[in-house]
Design a protein around this ligand. Structure first.
Ligand SMILES: *Cc1c(COP(=O)(O)O)cnc(C)c1O
Length: 465
């Protein structure tokens, strides 16, 4: 399998190079040259198989010789052995024809572990083979940082620098990062906001000489290898509920659109999916784009589902590429307009075809709290506020009641104990493996909100270059 950039001016690469490149050199995102398809018999053959086997089967056509298939099978088995549920991503029935797909049984209790546990190992295997090193740099508002650190700890080929806004993330989230005692992990507490941290990271990536020298890379969902492992659970869940003969609908809480895009890819490949509900909180750039064809930046509004409080849904660019029949020139000019003016528009007739797949809804904080409270009262189950955005959207979309609806659960409720307690009266507890989190020693470097200080720290501590 070869990969092309959505903007058409970057080299065509194999999976191994796409993995290490992350963003394409022309500013676009890498996508496979064509979408592989599984036959109905092949989909049926996934039923009853262990999750790691489903993952290996679904991911195989995307590797295409770039990385050895057996190596990936080993990586997948190791990554998912760390999940604390034998089904890895269990389905829990919460209503007549309603399920919750629990993606949060990984080491940091966030669905980002599903992809990052694979990605960290893929990075390490490929860099070790090449005898190279990489520097991972990122900013976190809470969920991505712990998952990235846990995925990359003790990996000799990687140095990881994660900026967080000092005093502005929860204590659980901070401790999940700062208690990792590993020489290649660097936690930087910056005196500023999350946006300040993002700006510092962007400024360092913008220094092209430094970027080359330190082999800077990112682990967010601009990297195709991070979207790919997320395609798998759409297959496994649909098949568990009776696919391929009985299609299901998924409701997906959406921020960067990586998870929703993975659902679209699964459907394109032949997963028995009826519809995908794209569920936004008040920060609704993705749902606005899908309903109006206008992609427009607005100010970020803080909500009770903070991992979705973002302005730019990067993965919409991959969908846009498909909406425009893979016209990379058109994607490049629209995205450049969006980059400079904060607005671009696609004719509605280009967007309407995906309404066969996507329902879109925005859910406010009051509805989120009500969804958590009602679910607890009806079934005794607690869900986190992000998952509740999906539950609220599923209820609002009035999808066909004869089609099973699966709400994708993206975080463990104990990551957001205050919000869950306020909505349900019950305080969710951390699982056993994190019970001593508050007793473990912390390691963290405090830095002023200043480009030179952060850059100098990274340069002094990165081993690449
Ligand atoms: C990252 C995240 C999301 C959003 O996922 P995207 O792929 O960015 O749309 C939703 N919920 C939680 C808990 C997350 O950490």
């Amino acid at each position: 399998m070869k990969y092309v950039s959505t903007r058409g001016h970057a080299p065509v690469l194999g999976f191994d190079d796409v993995l290490l490149a992350g963003l394409a050199r022309d500013g676009g995102l890498y996508v496979p040259e064509s979408w592989p398809e599984l036959s109905v018999a092949e989909v049926a053959g996934l039923a009853g198989r262990p999750y790691r086997d489903v993952a290996t089967r679904v991911m195989a056509p995307f590797l295409g010789g770039g990385i050895d298939e057996k190596l990936v099978a080993g990586i997948v088995a190791e990554a998912y052995a760390r999940f604390r549920h034998p089904a890895v991503v269990p389905l829990r029935q919460v209503g007549d024809n309603e399920w919750v797909l629990e993606l949060f049984h990984g080491p940091t209790l966030a669905f980002k572990d599903v992809a990052l546990q694979v990605l960290g190992r893929l990075f390490d295997a490929e860099l070790t083979r090449r005898g190279e090193r990489l520097t991972i740099l990122g900013a976190t508002s809470g969920d991505t940082g712990p998952a990235a650190i846990e995925a990359c700890r003790d990996r000799h080929s990687l140095d990881v620098f994660i900026l967080h806004p000092a005093g502005r993330i929860s204590e659980v989230q901070r401790r999940q990062m700062t208690t990792v005692a590993s020489d290649n992990i660097h936690n930087l507490a910056v005196e500023g906001t999350f946006d300040d941290c993002q700006d510092l990271v962007k400024a360092i990536f913008g220094d092209l000489e430094l970027r080359e020298r330190l082999r800077l890379s990112a682990v967010n969902s601009i990297n195709w290898a991070r979207v790919l492992p997320q395609v798998v659970y759409y297959f496994s869940a649909a098949v568990s509920l009776g696919g391929p003969s009985r299609p299901v609908t998924f409701s997906v809480p959406t921020g960067n659109f990586g998870n929703a895009l993975a659902g679209w890819v699964a459907r394109r490949m032949g997963a028995p999916i009826s519809r995908l509900v794209v569920a936004s909180n008040r920060n609704d750039i993705a749902t606005r784009f899908l309903t109006t064809g206008v992609m427009e930046l607005q100010r970020v509004h803080p909500t009770s589902s903070p991992a979705m409080d973002i302005q730019v849904s990067s993965n919409l660019e991959r969908l846009l590429f498909e909406l425009l029949d893979r016209d990379a020139g058109e994607v490049a000019s629209l995205m450049e307009a969006f980059g400079t003016t904060g607005r671009m528009e696609v004719p509605m007739e280009r967007v309407v075809p995906v309404h066969d797949v996507f329902d879109t809804t925005t859910v406010d904080d009051a509805t989120v709290a009500r969804a958590m409270g009602e679910l607890y009262a009806a079934s005794g189950h607690l869900v986190d506020p992000h998952t509740a955005v999906g539950l609220g959207a599923a209820a609002l979309c009035h999808t066909d009641p004869t089609v099973p609806i699966v709400c994708v659960a993206t975080a463990h409720p104990a990551k957001f104990p205050d919000t869950v307690e306020a909505a349900t009266g019950v305080r969710p507890e951390l699982p056993d493996h994190l019970a001593d989190l508050f007793d473990r020693p912390e390691r963290c470097t405090a830095l002023p909100c200043d480009l030179a200080s952060v850059r100098d720290y990274v340069v002094a501590n990165a081993r690449a270059g």
